[in-house]
Write a protein that binds this ligand. Sequence first.
Ligand code: HEC
Ligand code: HEC
Length: 322
Amino acid sequence: MATTRWSAGWRAVVGVTTVIVTACGSPPSSSTVKTPSGTASTAAHPDTASVWRAPTDQELPTGPLRVSILRGRALLMHTPDSLPKYAGGNLRCASCHLNAGLTANAIPLTAVQARFPKYMDRTGAVILLADRVNYCFTRSLAGRAIPTNSREMTDLLAYLAFISRGAPAGGHVTGEGMGTLARLTPDTAHGRALFMSTCQVCHGPNGEGSTVVPALWGPKSFSVGASMARLERAATFIQHNMPLGRGGSLTPQQAYDLSAYINSHARPDSPGKEHDWPAGGAPFDVPYDTKGHLAFNPPPVLPRRDTRGMIVPAPPSVLTHP
Ligand code: HEC
Ligand code: HEC
């Protein structure tokens, strides 16, 4: 049951080392190592995106690469405990990339390595996967960028590469991202009532979360520069994935109402956000001013005192091809 999974995983606030030791204690014997049969038999299939599956633990390599992959996964699952200097609040990567990035419509990270480098219109540049990871550190975790040459970044990328192994060309997979919802007009008062009856049991009456549940607003939540701070993005995530374990049970209208309520509250600022979409074209629900765009329902923002490491330097392509 989903409840058991997250509470067990989160409560066992194990250091990364412990996780690795445990995980390495029982390497699969060669007889249990499966060939990725799905991948092999479907390699010639015209629509590999619908049949490809990320490798399972039985297919983990041995040796130092295995250690790095497992450490990367542990960082995704225990981000604030493992990297307190870089994670701003009580969200972990898997707060949104559910189940260590393996769940469809919960922004899966499977095959992600094959989707990068890619052009990101928010940045106005072609970005690398390491930059994308750091956008989530600085914005979704309201934290700081981790050095791209650090062991931590290497481990995170090793895990992402592992769950991308054998991915179809272009890296497009079923359930990629979180889908989209048609635009609806939200009712924040309905959202509040629904939040109190359905969500606050886990996320707390003030959206503050707990040691096992991430915050939805306030100083420990995602920043105003995160996609989750946008009305349609959060509504879509909620509609597919919340209440946890009962995804799909809310109507799109209810998801919009909840999203509007959640995103009406104060959250950490995201320094430099005014430079987003440098070529214009921000989506309608971006809650801050950008080129040619007026903030949509801007929430109050909590200033960040020491902003070092909170802006990921734009790759050079933005400067040479403005
Ligand atoms: C508050 C929710 C949230 C948290 C927490 C979060 N992310 Fe994300 N992440 C997103 C959203 C939303 C996207 C954009 C998805 C899209 O473009 O469709 C994204 C995109 C990504 C992508 C690119 C995915 C793709 O398919 O292109 C990577 C890689 C990623 N995140 C890694 C991380 C890592 C590593 C962490 C922890 C440091 C993290 N994320 C934490 C919400 C989150
Ligand atoms: C059974 C407990 C539970 C309930 C009920 C629940 N959530 Fe969650 N929610 C979680 C957990 C736990 C996570 C993070 C998943 C993880 O870490 O594995 C989460 C993640 C989220 C996230 C992304 C992370 C963040 O902090 O922004 C949003 C948004 C969210 N929930 C909204 C809602 C809404 C809206 C409702 C009510 C419809 C709801 N949740 C009901 C437990 C719950």
